[in-house]
Design a protein around this ligand. Structure first.
Ligand code: HEM
Length: 166
């Protein structure tokens, strides 16, 4: 790989990690509505318009799953996954998280990932693919940061393969 490409890739990863770990990047303040679910406990805000409604979320998930499938860092995790079911559940989940009129009915994040040995690095590559997909779909940065914060809140349920230092 050419040196400048290497730098660009690690910069992109660094920005994904920062987006996940720096609350300051999340521009919108929590609002009144707060719902309690097994895995997502942050206040829900309404960004469904910024995502293009439920149809926009569905298109985003299609793009995202395409990027994950093409990502050699993490695609092997999904070798035995029912992709149609994954897309459906992710669409419902993300639509609900961003305040849309959808209901997620899939497994808890703990149940879905408990046997997968997901690492922090894998989590961050997946987040990077989501950022790439949101950029591709033209989703505004405040809405992107909101979704990334919600996903980051699920990391403890998803990542099971690291010690305290990752
Ligand atoms: C916050 C981040 C994540 C969210 C919101 C999420 C969401 C989901 C959901 C909703 C399902 C259930 C799909 C179904 O049963 O149809 C699922 C399953 C799965 N997830 Fe994640 N996931 C996340 C991170 C990851 C990461 C980082 C990996 C690995 C790189 C991963 C790998 C998988 C795999 C392989 C399955 C399928 C398990 C199976 O076939 O039973 N996930 N995820």
């Amino acid at each position: 790989m050419l040196p400048h490409l290497k730098v660009r890739r690690s910069l992109a990863l660094a920005s994904a990690v920062m987006a996940l770990s720096l609350p300051a990047l999340v521009l919108a303040a929590p609002s009144a509505a707060s719902i309690q679910r097994a895995d997502i406990k942050l206040p829900i805000q309404n960004y469904i318009g910024a995502f293009g409604g439920p149809a926009g979320v569905k298109a985003l998930i299609n793009t995202f799953v395409g990027y994950v499938a093409a990502d050699p860092h993490i695609n092997y995790y999904f070798a035995h996954t029912n992709i149609k079911a994954l897309k459906y559940n992710l669409t419902q989940q993300v639509c609900e998280i961003v305040g849309g009129p959808c209901t997620y009915t899939g497994p808890t994040m703990t149940a879905a990932h408990q046997n997968l040995q997901v690492t922090t690095a894998a989590f961050n590559y997946l987040a990077q693919d989501m950022i790439k997909a949101m950029d591709k779909r033209g989703i505004a940065k405040p809405a992107q940061n909101y979704l990334l914060e919600q996903l980051a809140a699920m990391e403890p349920q998803v990542v099971t393969a690291n010690g305290p230092l990752g």
